[in-house]
Design a protein around this ligand. Structure first.
Ligand SMILES: NC(=O)c1ccc[n+]([C@@H]2O[C@H](COP(=O)([O-])OP(=O)(O)OC[C@H]3O[C@@H](n4cnc5c(N)ncnc54)[C@H](OP(=O)(O)O)[C@@H]3O)[C@@H](O)[C@H]2O)c1
Length: 258
């Protein structure tokens, strides 16, 4: 089992799916400090942290509310970086799939929520995190892991806003890498696609209206054939990025290549 005792981690979207699995693995690895952000709290994760004596602080925040996300990002990233003993990490994991509809049939409110949660919130967290790293006295290592998707590089009818948002997250990774390159102690950054993971997001894809999502049957077949990744599998691969030194900053990765 990995030892995360010298790590201080901000993890968005920790209440279920991939984020829940990552939170569990971090706690089992004795993470130094864990800052979770989502709308709901996962009581099992809170109980596990208490049992293991792990410092877990959960902030409930709707990341589609940009002003609220701004305040939470600043407070949480500042605490994470200030208290880090060795390495501070930001994992931008929270995301929304909906609206599942073709352009021309989008609900504007849902469209704005998706881009706020999937693109603006990760940018706000990255900005707050890097600002905290820059103003910290005493050198630490810092890493930003942006959870992305293969759909960031592939247009799929019916989930266009999601595809767009993940393309933006991949560009955020490349921009941060370019901006950190000339620093003396650069923050390492990557995007990582978790593969197809059994989660609420896959349930939404399987239940979608085929008139909008032409590929719905493909997602149903992935479930029937038992080929979906478990959240635990993908989370463990993603968390290997906390310690790996053989991967270049700025990389756009897939878990099946880790
Ligand atoms: N599942 C897949 O096949 C797949 C494939 C490629 C990429 N991904 C990526 O993997 C990551 C995790 O996805 P998942 O499959 O674990 O999804 P999930 O089960 O739907 O979990 C999404 C997480 O994001 C949080 N979240 C959603 N809307 C939020 C909001 N408005 N404010 C705050 N938090 C919010 C949710 O918490 P609350 O509801 O409690 O707020 C939840 O913890 C995402 O970045 C996703 O794009 C997943």
């Amino acid at each position: 089992m990995s030892d995360y005792s010298t790590y201080s981690v901000v993890l968005t979207g920790a209440s279920r799916g991939l984020g829940e699995a990552a939170a569990r693995l971090l706690i089992e690895g004795g993470v130094g400090h864990l800052f979770c952000i989502s709308r709901s709290v996962n009581d099992d994760i809170v109980t596990l942290a208490q049992k293991r004596g792990v410092d877990l602080r959960w902030t409930q925040c709707d990341l589609s509310d940009a002003p609220a996300a701004t305040d939470v990002a600043r407070a949480v990233c500042e605490a994470c970086v200030t208290e880090a003993a060795g390495t501070a990490v930001l994992v931008n994991n929270a995301a929304l799939l909906e609206p599942v509809a073709r352009v021309g049939h989008l609900n504007p409110h849902d469209l704005i929520s998706l881009h706020t949660v999937n693109t603006i919130a990760p940018s706000l967290f990255a900005d707050a995190f890097l600002a905290a790293v820059a103003s910290r006295t005493g050198e630490i290592a810092a890493r930003v892991i942006n959870v992305s998707s293969g759909l960031g590089a592939r247009a799929m009818a019916g989930v266009g806003m999601y595809c767009m948002s993940k393309a933006a997250v991949d560009m955020l990774t490349k921009v941060i890498h370019t901006e950190q390159e000339d620093r003396t102690n650069p923050t390492w950054v990557c995007s990582v696609s978790p593969g197809t993971v059994e989660s609420h997001m896959q349930e939404t894809l399987r239940a979608a209206d085929e008139a909008h999502l032409r590929d719905r049957e493909t997602f149903r077949e992935l479930k029937r054939s038992g080929t979906l990744n478990t959240p635990e599998f993908s989370a463990s691969k993603i968390l290997s990025l906390l310690t790996r030194t053989d991967i270049d900053s700025g990389s756009i990765l897939r878990v099946d290549s880790l």
